[in-house]
Design a protein around this ligand. Structure first.
Ligand code: AMP
Ligand code: MG
Length: 324
């Protein structure tokens, strides 16, 4: 069976084709800026302009024609309204035109379900992306949030600091590069509250320190502080839930230093780290296709009249159809 998946929750227009076992294609175009952040209407314009090229490439690379598809999946939420509407409209159109079932997918769940491809059995999941930062585990049939950010998502925080430092969007990869050249640790606020973290104070403090320290040192100190907070709450969740695997996912999971710190923690507790390749950890269409296909196989389908976007759809509101 094959499914086409469409991703448009934020900066990325992604389209991918998947079977139950394998990703056949994964194409994307990302909205970027040299300076300043992301404007939702500009991201939506970007998606509209690139949609058909990306979808056609995804089908071509998967050697699949629309008639061979078994269903069409799309990110129904959570995310930004304007970009989400573009993906939903295109998915509805393709579903009606080619008479294929439509499957609305929760974007966060798709990030987690990708762990199934890696054979990560019953992990604690550290999901770190732009808007989302959550420590999740499957418990009694639901993906439950054991810890999360009390204010900004980690990626958005990195992007906000990058915007203040004038190094463009997305900020995470540039901060990672600069951090490699940082030598001095500058003391920064470390805020863990039980199982949750808060990054607002850290961001404010960093902005105040801009110009007073080398940017490379600030980036290094930011990564060490922020990622230690994430590792601390993940480890606590693993200990409470007695789980032996950690799945690191979301766009920030591409960060090598974060991966290294998680690996070290897992090694110390005899656990295993699963980190998908960046192409599947960041926002992408293949994870939507893969999740939608597994949902379709379990008999799930989204009626057109129920396919409205859900910008605030939380992970723990989703009825669990796919477990990993
Ligand atoms: P997502 O929404 O899951 O695609 O994640 C996007 C977020 O990941 C953005 O906020 C980026 O700044 C962040 N990001 C991407 N690559 C890296 C990296 N290498 N290190 C840290 N953050 C990153
Ligand atoms: Mg995401």
């Amino acid at each position: 069976m094959k499914c086409l998946g469409i991703e448009t929750t934020a900066h990325t227009f992604g389209a991918g084709v998947s079977t139950e076992k394998k990703i056949l294609s994964n194409e994307l175009s990302m909205y970027k800026t040299e300076r300043g952040g992301m404007l939702p209407r500009e991201a939506a314009d970007h998606h509209y302009q690139n949609a058909w090229r990306i979808i056609n490439n995804a089908l071509k690379n998967a050697k699949t024609s629309p008639s061979e598809l078994d269903c069409i999946g799309f990110s129904q939420g959570p995310g930004m309204g304007a970009p989400l509407r573009i993906g939903a409209a295109i998915a509805r159109y393709l579903s009606l035109k080619h008479k294929k079932p439509l499957i609305g997918v929760n974007h966060c769940i798709a990030h987690l379900v990708i762990g199934k491809l890696l054979k990560a059995k019953d992990p604690v999941m550290l999901y770190v992306s732009g808007a989302n930062t959550q420590v999740i585990a499957l418990d009694e049939g639901r993906y439950r949030i054991f810890g999360e950010t009390l204010d900004n998502g980690v990626g958005n925080m990195l992007d906000a600091f990058a915007r203040s430092a004038g190094i463009g969007f997305p900020g995470g990869p540039v901060i990672e590069k600069l951090a490699l050249k940082g030598k001095k640790y500058v003391k920064l606020p470390y805020t863990v509250k039980g199982m949750d973290i808060s990054v607002g104070g850290l961001l404010t403090n960093l902005k105040q320190k801009l110009g007073k320290h080398k940017l490379e040192d600030l980036c290094h100190s930011l990564q060490e502080t922020l990622f230690s907070m994430l590792v601390e709450v993940s480890e606590r969740a693993m200990a409470h839930c007695n789980k032996k695997n950690l799945l690191l996912t979301g766009g920030v999971a591409a960060n090598k230093r974060l991966q290294e710190m998680c690996k070290k923690m897992c090694r110390a507790r005899n656990a295993r780290l699963f980190a998908p390749p960046t192409s599947l950890a960041r926002d992408n269409g293949a994870m939507i296709a893969y999740t939608a296909l597994l949902m379709h196989k379990k008999g799930h389908c989204t009626r057109i009249e129920d396919s409205q976007i859900r910008p605030r759809w939380r992970t723990d509101q989703v009825k669990t159809i796919i477990t990993i």
